[in-house]
Design a protein around this ligand. Sequence first.
Ligand code: FAD
Length: 233
Amino acid sequence: MSFFQDMISVFKKKELLFLESYKESEGVYSFLFEKEKDLTWKAGQHGLFTITNKKIKNPTRPFSVASAPTENIVKITMGISADPSDFKKAMLELKEGKNISMSGPVGSFHLNDNSPSLLIAGGIGITPFRSIIKQLEAEGNRDKQQIQLLYMDSKKSYLYKDELDEIAENTSISVTYLDSRDDLYQEIDKFTYQYNGKYYIAGPKSMVDSVNAYLKNNDIPKRNIKRDVLIGY
Ligand SMILES: Cc1cc2nc3c(=O)[nH]c(=O)nc-3n(C[C@H](O)[C@H](O)[C@H](O)COP(=O)(O)OP(=O)(O)OC[C@H]3O[C@@H](n4cnc5c(N)ncnc54)[C@H](O)[C@@H]3O)c2cc1C
Protein backbone atom coordinates (compact mmCIF):
# COMPACT_ATOMS: atom_id res chain seq x y z
CA MET A 1 0.00 0.00 0.00
CA SER A 2 1.39 3.37 -0.97
CA PHE A 3 2.29 6.19 1.38
CA PHE A 4 -0.70 8.20 0.11
CA GLN A 5 -3.13 5.34 0.67
CA ASP A 6 -1.73 5.05 4.20
CA MET A 7 -2.30 8.78 4.78
CA ILE A 8 -5.92 8.55 3.65
CA SER A 9 -6.43 5.41 5.72
CA VAL A 10 -5.05 7.03 8.90
CA PHE A 11 -7.73 9.71 8.75
CA LYS A 12 -10.46 7.08 8.58
CA LYS A 13 -11.21 6.39 12.23
CA LYS A 14 -13.55 3.55 13.07
CA GLU A 15 -15.16 2.71 16.36
CA LEU A 16 -14.71 -0.98 17.12
CA LEU A 17 -17.00 -2.78 19.52
CA PHE A 18 -15.11 -4.75 22.17
CA LEU A 19 -16.20 -8.37 22.40
CA GLU A 20 -13.82 -10.20 24.73
CA SER A 21 -10.25 -10.57 25.95
CA TYR A 22 -8.30 -13.54 27.20
CA LYS A 23 -4.85 -14.54 28.35
CA GLU A 24 -2.74 -16.20 25.65
CA SER A 25 0.23 -16.97 27.93
CA GLU A 26 2.02 -15.42 30.90
CA GLY A 27 1.86 -11.63 30.40
CA VAL A 28 0.27 -11.81 26.93
CA TYR A 29 -3.38 -11.02 26.21
CA SER A 30 -5.59 -11.01 23.13
CA PHE A 31 -8.47 -8.60 22.55
CA LEU A 32 -11.28 -9.23 20.08
CA PHE A 33 -13.42 -6.57 18.43
CA GLU A 34 -16.31 -6.68 16.03
CA LYS A 35 -15.26 -6.15 12.41
CA GLU A 36 -17.45 -3.67 10.60
CA LYS A 37 -18.43 -4.64 7.06
CA ASP A 38 -16.46 -1.86 5.38
CA LEU A 39 -13.27 -2.47 7.37
CA THR A 40 -10.58 -4.59 5.77
CA TRP A 41 -6.82 -4.85 5.74
CA LYS A 42 -4.02 -6.71 4.04
CA ALA A 43 -2.84 -9.56 6.24
CA GLY A 44 0.26 -8.28 8.09
CA GLN A 45 -0.76 -4.61 8.29
CA HIS A 46 -1.28 -2.71 11.54
CA GLY A 47 -3.78 -0.23 12.90
CA LEU A 48 -3.48 2.72 15.27
CA PHE A 49 -5.65 1.95 18.27
CA THR A 50 -6.92 4.69 20.59
CA ILE A 51 -8.41 4.27 24.06
CA THR A 52 -11.76 6.06 24.29
CA ASN A 53 -13.30 4.43 27.38
CA LYS A 54 -11.33 6.72 29.74
CA LYS A 55 -9.06 9.76 29.59
CA ILE A 56 -5.37 8.86 29.58
CA LYS A 57 -2.16 10.48 28.39
CA ASN A 58 -0.86 9.10 25.07
CA PRO A 59 -3.98 7.08 24.31
CA THR A 60 -2.80 5.68 20.94
CA ARG A 61 -0.56 2.70 20.09
CA PRO A 62 0.10 0.80 16.87
CA PHE A 63 -0.74 -2.91 16.88
CA SER A 64 -0.52 -5.47 14.13
CA VAL A 65 -3.91 -6.91 13.33
CA ALA A 66 -3.34 -10.54 14.31
CA SER A 67 -6.50 -11.83 12.66
CA ALA A 68 -6.87 -12.46 8.95
CA PRO A 69 -9.46 -10.38 7.09
CA THR A 70 -11.35 -13.63 6.34
CA GLU A 71 -11.81 -14.33 10.08
CA ASN A 72 -14.32 -11.47 10.26
CA ILE A 73 -13.04 -10.20 13.57
CA VAL A 74 -10.34 -7.74 14.65
CA LYS A 75 -7.87 -9.40 16.98
CA ILE A 76 -4.86 -7.76 18.61
CA THR A 77 -2.43 -9.48 20.95
CA MET A 78 -0.11 -7.61 23.30
CA GLY A 79 2.43 -8.11 26.04
CA ILE A 80 1.17 -6.66 29.35
CA SER A 81 3.64 -6.56 32.23
CA ALA A 82 2.83 -6.62 35.96
CA ASP A 83 3.21 -2.82 35.95
CA PRO A 84 1.36 -1.87 32.76
CA SER A 85 1.21 1.50 31.02
CA ASP A 86 -2.02 3.50 31.35
CA PHE A 87 -2.88 2.38 27.84
CA LYS A 88 -2.66 -1.28 28.75
CA LYS A 89 -4.45 -0.77 32.09
CA ALA A 90 -7.32 0.74 30.09
CA MET A 91 -7.25 -2.23 27.71
CA LEU A 92 -7.61 -4.65 30.64
CA GLU A 93 -10.54 -2.58 31.95
CA LEU A 94 -12.47 -2.79 28.66
CA LYS A 95 -15.94 -4.20 29.20
CA GLU A 96 -18.20 -5.89 26.68
CA GLY A 97 -20.12 -3.27 24.72
CA LYS A 98 -17.40 -0.58 25.03
CA ASN A 99 -15.53 0.78 22.04
CA ILE A 100 -11.95 1.43 21.01
CA SER A 101 -11.10 3.46 17.96
CA MET A 102 -8.88 2.28 15.14
CA SER A 103 -7.23 4.27 12.36
CA GLY A 104 -5.83 2.52 9.37
CA PRO A 105 -5.00 -0.13 8.33
CA VAL A 106 -1.52 1.07 7.45
CA GLY A 107 1.87 -0.30 6.48
CA SER A 108 3.52 -2.27 3.74
CA PHE A 109 4.26 -5.36 5.83
CA HIS A 110 2.28 -7.87 3.79
CA LEU A 111 3.09 -10.45 1.14
CA ASN A 112 3.10 -8.79 -2.23
CA ASP A 113 4.05 -11.54 -4.64
CA ASN A 114 4.26 -15.30 -4.94
CA SER A 115 7.97 -15.64 -4.26
CA PRO A 116 9.14 -18.28 -1.82
CA SER A 117 8.99 -16.42 1.48
CA LEU A 118 10.70 -16.83 4.82
CA LEU A 119 8.71 -15.31 7.69
CA ILE A 120 10.92 -14.64 10.70
CA ALA A 121 9.18 -13.83 13.99
CA GLY A 122 10.81 -12.79 17.25
CA GLY A 123 8.54 -13.13 20.33
CA ILE A 124 5.47 -10.88 20.05
CA GLY A 125 6.48 -10.30 16.40
CA ILE A 126 4.40 -13.39 15.58
CA THR A 127 1.25 -11.20 15.44
CA PRO A 128 1.41 -10.03 11.79
CA PHE A 129 2.42 -13.54 10.69
CA ARG A 130 -0.60 -15.12 12.35
CA SER A 131 -2.72 -12.93 10.10
CA ILE A 132 -0.67 -13.72 7.01
CA ILE A 133 -0.71 -17.48 7.36
CA LYS A 134 -4.34 -17.62 8.50
CA GLN A 135 -5.21 -15.73 5.32
CA LEU A 136 -3.16 -18.10 3.17
CA GLU A 137 -4.85 -21.05 4.85
CA ALA A 138 -8.29 -19.55 4.16
CA GLU A 139 -7.45 -18.90 0.52
CA GLY A 140 -6.10 -22.44 0.17
CA ASN A 141 -2.60 -21.13 -0.67
CA ARG A 142 -3.77 -21.37 -4.26
CA ASP A 143 -0.38 -21.01 -5.90
CA LYS A 144 1.26 -23.44 -3.49
CA GLN A 145 3.55 -20.60 -2.57
CA GLN A 146 6.58 -21.79 -0.61
CA ILE A 147 6.10 -20.28 2.86
CA GLN A 148 8.26 -21.05 5.86
CA LEU A 149 7.71 -19.54 9.29
CA LEU A 150 10.60 -19.41 11.74
CA TYR A 151 9.37 -18.50 15.20
CA MET A 152 12.09 -17.54 17.68
CA ASP A 153 11.40 -17.10 21.37
CA SER A 154 14.18 -17.52 23.87
CA LYS A 155 11.62 -18.33 26.61
CA LYS A 156 9.94 -20.92 24.37
CA SER A 157 6.62 -19.24 25.07
CA TYR A 158 5.12 -19.71 21.62
CA LEU A 159 1.84 -17.86 21.07
CA TYR A 160 -0.92 -19.40 18.95
CA LYS A 161 1.04 -22.69 18.94
CA ASP A 162 -1.99 -24.97 18.52
CA GLU A 163 -3.29 -22.92 15.60
CA LEU A 164 0.11 -22.73 13.95
CA ASP A 165 0.62 -26.49 14.30
CA GLU A 166 -2.77 -27.13 12.75
CA ILE A 167 -1.98 -24.88 9.79
CA ALA A 168 1.38 -26.60 9.31
CA GLU A 169 -0.38 -29.95 9.30
CA ASN A 170 -3.09 -28.98 6.83
CA THR A 171 -1.19 -26.79 4.37
CA SER A 172 2.20 -26.63 2.67
CA ILE A 173 3.28 -23.90 5.11
CA SER A 174 6.06 -25.03 7.44
CA VAL A 175 6.48 -23.78 11.01
CA THR A 176 9.74 -24.14 12.94
CA TYR A 177 10.04 -23.16 16.60
CA LEU A 178 13.44 -21.96 17.73
CA ASP A 179 14.94 -20.62 20.92
CA SER A 180 18.44 -19.52 19.91
CA ARG A 181 19.90 -17.12 17.39
CA ASP A 182 22.42 -19.72 16.17
CA ASP A 183 19.61 -22.13 15.28
CA LEU A 184 17.68 -19.29 13.65
CA TYR A 185 20.64 -18.38 11.45
CA GLN A 186 21.10 -22.02 10.49
CA GLU A 187 17.47 -22.19 9.33
CA ILE A 188 17.85 -18.93 7.43
CA ASP A 189 20.93 -20.37 5.68
CA LYS A 190 18.97 -23.47 4.63
CA PHE A 191 16.28 -21.30 3.03
CA THR A 192 18.82 -19.01 1.35
CA TYR A 193 20.63 -22.03 -0.09
CA GLN A 194 17.42 -23.38 -1.63
CA TYR A 195 15.54 -20.27 -2.76
CA ASN A 196 15.95 -16.85 -4.22
CA GLY A 197 13.12 -15.60 -2.05
CA LYS A 198 11.74 -12.85 0.12
CA TYR A 199 12.40 -12.33 3.81
CA TYR A 200 9.91 -10.82 6.26
CA ILE A 201 11.17 -10.01 9.78
CA ALA A 202 8.95 -8.89 12.68
CA GLY A 203 9.81 -8.43 16.35
CA PRO A 204 11.53 -6.14 18.82
CA LYS A 205 14.03 -3.67 17.32
CA SER A 206 17.20 -5.46 18.49
CA MET A 207 16.04 -8.75 16.96
CA VAL A 208 14.92 -7.21 13.67
CA ASP A 209 18.16 -5.23 13.37
CA SER A 210 20.40 -8.21 13.99
CA VAL A 211 18.54 -10.54 11.60
CA ASN A 212 18.54 -7.79 8.98
CA ALA A 213 22.31 -7.34 9.42
CA TYR A 214 22.79 -11.10 9.10
CA LEU A 215 20.83 -11.18 5.84
CA LYS A 216 22.78 -8.22 4.45
CA ASN A 217 26.08 -9.89 5.36
CA ASN A 218 24.85 -12.90 3.40
CA ASP A 219 24.29 -10.75 0.30
CA ILE A 220 20.49 -10.77 0.43
CA PRO A 221 19.45 -7.67 -1.53
CA LYS A 222 17.68 -4.99 0.50
CA ARG A 223 14.67 -5.15 -1.85
CA ASN A 224 14.06 -8.77 -0.78
CA ILE A 225 13.81 -7.88 2.93
CA LYS A 226 10.77 -6.40 4.67
CA ARG A 227 10.85 -5.41 8.32
CA ASP A 228 8.23 -4.69 10.96
CA VAL A 229 9.74 -3.28 14.15
CA LEU A 230 7.37 -3.53 17.11
CA ILE A 231 8.67 -0.39 18.82
CA GLY A 232 8.12 -0.41 22.58
CA TYR A 233 9.90 -3.69 23.47
C1 FAD B 1 3.96 -1.49 13.46
C2 FAD B 1 3.87 -1.87 14.92
C3 FAD B 1 3.15 -3.00 15.27
C4 FAD B 1 3.07 -3.37 16.61
N1 FAD B 1 2.36 -4.50 16.94
C5 FAD B 1 2.33 -4.92 18.23
C6 FAD B 1 1.66 -6.12 18.59
O1 FAD B 1 1.06 -6.81 17.76
N2 FAD B 1 1.68 -6.47 19.90
C7 FAD B 1 2.31 -5.72 20.85
O2 FAD B 1 2.31 -6.12 22.02
N3 FAD B 1 2.95 -4.59 20.53
C8 FAD B 1 2.98 -4.16 19.26
N4 FAD B 1 3.63 -3.00 18.94
C9 FAD B 1 4.21 -2.20 20.03
C10 FAD B 1 3.11 -1.40 20.74
O3 FAD B 1 2.65 -0.35 19.91
C11 FAD B 1 3.60 -0.75 22.05
O4 FAD B 1 4.64 0.15 21.80
C12 FAD B 1 4.14 -1.78 23.03
O5 FAD B 1 3.15 -2.76 23.24
C13 FAD B 1 4.51 -1.13 24.34
O6 FAD B 1 3.40 -0.41 24.82
P1 FAD B 1 3.26 -0.02 26.36
O7 FAD B 1 2.00 0.77 26.48
O8 FAD B 1 3.40 -1.23 27.22
O9 FAD B 1 4.54 0.80 26.68
P2 FAD B 1 4.88 2.30 26.32
O10 FAD B 1 4.27 3.20 27.33
O11 FAD B 1 4.51 2.57 24.91
O12 FAD B 1 6.46 2.31 26.48
C14 FAD B 1 7.33 1.17 26.32
C15 FAD B 1 8.76 1.61 26.06
O13 FAD B 1 8.92 1.99 24.69
C16 FAD B 1 9.34 3.31 24.58
N5 FAD B 1 8.62 3.86 23.41
C17 FAD B 1 7.30 3.97 23.27
N6 FAD B 1 6.97 4.44 22.06
C18 FAD B 1 8.15 4.65 21.42
C19 FAD B 1 8.48 5.13 20.13
N7 FAD B 1 7.57 5.49 19.25
N8 FAD B 1 9.80 5.19 19.79
C20 FAD B 1 10.75 4.81 20.67
N9 FAD B 1 10.49 4.35 21.90
C21 FAD B 1 9.21 4.27 22.27
C22 FAD B 1 8.97 3.97 25.89
O14 FAD B 1 9.83 5.06 26.19
C23 FAD B 1 9.18 2.82 26.87
O15 FAD B 1 10.51 2.64 27.23
C24 FAD B 1 3.71 -2.59 17.62
C25 FAD B 1 4.43 -1.45 17.25
C26 FAD B 1 4.51 -1.10 15.92
C27 FAD B 1 5.31 0.14 15.56
